[in-house]
Design a binder for this molecule. Structure first.
Ligand SMILES: Cc1ncc(COP(=O)(O)O)c(C=O)c1O
Length: 516
């Protein structure tokens, strides 16, 4: 390319700017807040599940690539009418499906400020944001009594956090240098032990890391859906005898299906005995440690080599906020540190040592300022109110269980795990006689109950007054409620059960051709 002279390039530079008038920014801000308040004010009264199908949504929002500028107030209104109104009402007090939390309002404001500051929390100079993240990570370590020297990083969620932790586990437990030689040089398979109830993101991590799903040893669970430690021990011994390389056990504190907590202390003992990496996926249950009553159930978590917790689950933080902790900071940094001359602002070695660069702690380089919303929420409510809220969620699960127990047409399908409860709608006439039936009759009834509950869940999506999810436990199709919502009240729980009953009765009448 030829060298341009100043006057010819000067003519091409327009005096264009994206700057906005401060008054206009303020008015846009007020407009945004009005929309947010309107949204929150009506959240209890909106249909939970959006009415529009994908096709209808595409029709509603499709438009050509915008060429001309538009008034931002119009865009906000458009968003309010088209997007907000047609979103899944996560945060609705009767949405207890999956593991969806209601974000605290201050999380939303914090996100707005974080976006405004636009800190890249891996870059020199983003010291304020880095310090807040370090503080938040220290608070999370304190909540679970973890080693104060442990390192951690905030990531998008549990899936990425588990991948991050298992990368450290794989690299440091391998007997070859995985970073330079890759998995190809491993002669014996690295084996990872997980229970049947593990979240699928662990499988994804195993696939991504080249460990291979055939090197997963699936462990049985007991009647509480917790990992069976005898099976763990047996399988480790078998693998050692076969010359394989057992390297990691994944325990779950709060399984996705039933909220079960694996026997962490006993698993830690086995990991110690066989020198295995002990990883705890506490994405859901980790923050139960905020409750003095429920903290003892997590005993042993502090012995883990790595732990995952999701503030966007039981800290009521808006998406995305996951956290991974690794006990040995050196191993975490050894796994992810990459140096490059274009990264460090301060070139002097001692200054580099002082600087915390989060790109040394994980996969991402550019990172948003996630810590701000956690920092603000924890400060706004304080640990004591968080403790009460988490306990209230758990007590509401027990309340639902008590209502089920006292009813004649519901049946609990698994022990309550934290704030999760699985159950089935079981028409009273079928439930009454069930015990007297022979095995083949029972099998037929069970098949019917599975089908009926499936229909109930499908209908709930159209009904929109409540939303629960489902899962399979053994041979049973069960309805699953996970209470992770600070808006849910006792009355909501009663209503949810009544709505489920109403949908169940209608479906039952139709399926069994009952005319009365
Ligand atoms: C136990 C457990 N681990 C991991 C995950 C995945 O977390 P995320 O959805 O934040 O990626 C979940 C999600 O529900 C979970 O329940």
């Amino acid at each position: 390319m030829e060298q341009t002279d100043v006057s010819s390039i000067d003519r091409l530079i327009l005096d264009e700017t994206f700057e906005m008038d401060m008054k206009e920014i303020r008015s846009l801000g007020y407009h945004t807040v009005d929309i947010m308040v309107d949204y929150l004010n009506n959240i209890r009264h909106r249909p939970i599940f959006p009415s529009k199908t994908y096709q209808e949504m595409i029709q509603l929002i499709s438009e050509p690539l915008p060429y001309d500028a538009k008034d931002p107030h119009e865009i906000l209104e458009d968003c309010h009418q088209k997007i907000n109104a047609n979103s899944l009402q996560i945060g609705h007090p009767r949405l207890l499906g999956w593991m969806l939390t209601s974000g605290t309002p201050i999380s939303a404001f914090a996100d707005a400020i974080a976006s405004l500051l636009n800190q890249n929390v891996s870059v020199s100079g983003c010291t304020a944001a880095t310090t807040v993240e370090l503080l938040v990570i220290n608070w999370i370590k304190q909540i679970i009594d973890y080693d104060p020297e442990a390192a951690g990083i905030l990531v998008s969620g549990g899936s990425l956090a588990n991948l991050t932790a298992l990368t450290v586990a794989r690299n440091n437990e391998a007997d070859v240098d995985i970073s330079s030689q890759g998995m190809n040089q491993k002669r014996n398979n690295m084996i990872i032990y997980v229970s049947e109830e593990v979240h699928f993101c662990i499988l994804k991590a195993v696939m991504i890391l080249g460990i291979g799903t055939q090197n997963i040893r699936w462990l049985r669970t007991d009647k509480h859906h917790c990992l069976d430690i005898h099976d763990l021990q047996t399988k480790i011994k078998e693998d050692l005898a076969l010359g394989k390389h057992p390297f990691c056990v994944v325990a779950t504190a709060g399984t996705v299906n039933t909220g079960a907590i694996d026997p962490l202390d006993a698993i830690a003992d086995i990991c110690q005995e066989y020198n295995l990496w002990f990883h705890v996926d506490a994405a859901y249950g980790g923050f139960a440690a905020l409750s003095k009553t429920f903290k003892p159930y997590l005993k042993g978590i502090e012995r883990a080599d790595s732990i995952v917790l999701d503030p966007h689950k039981w800290l009521f933080i808006s998406y995305e906020a996951g956290c991974v902790l690794v006990k040995n900071k050196t191993l975490l940094k050894k796994t992810f540190t990459m140096d490059a001359p274009y990264i460090h602002l301060k070139k002097n070695d001692s200054e580099k040592d002082e600087e915390v660069n989060f790109s040394d702690y994980g996969i991402q380089l550019s990172r948003q300022f996630r810590a701000l919303k956690i920092w603000m929420s924890l400060k706004q409510y304080g640990i004591q109110r968080y403790q009460h809220m988490i306990e209230q969620n758990i007590h509401l699960a027990h309340y639902l269980s008590a209502l089920i127990y006292e009813s004649n047409d519901f049946q609990q399908a698994a022990p309550i795990g934290l704030s999760t409860i699985c159950f089935q709608y079981f028409p009273a006439d079928l439930l009454q006689d069930y015990k007297k039936k022979n095995e083949s009759e029972k099998e037929k009834i069970n098949e019917y109950i599975n089908k009926l509950n499936q229909v109930i869940i499908e209908r709930m999506h159209y009904d929109k007054r409540a939303l629960l999810s489902s899962t399979i436990l053994g041979e049973q199709f069960v309805i699953r409620a996970c209470i992770m919502n600070y808006r849910t009240t006792k009355q909501d729980i009663k209503n949810i059960l009544d709505i489920t009953r109403e949908l169940g009765r209608t479906a039952d009448k139709k399926l069994r051709n009952i005319t009365s």
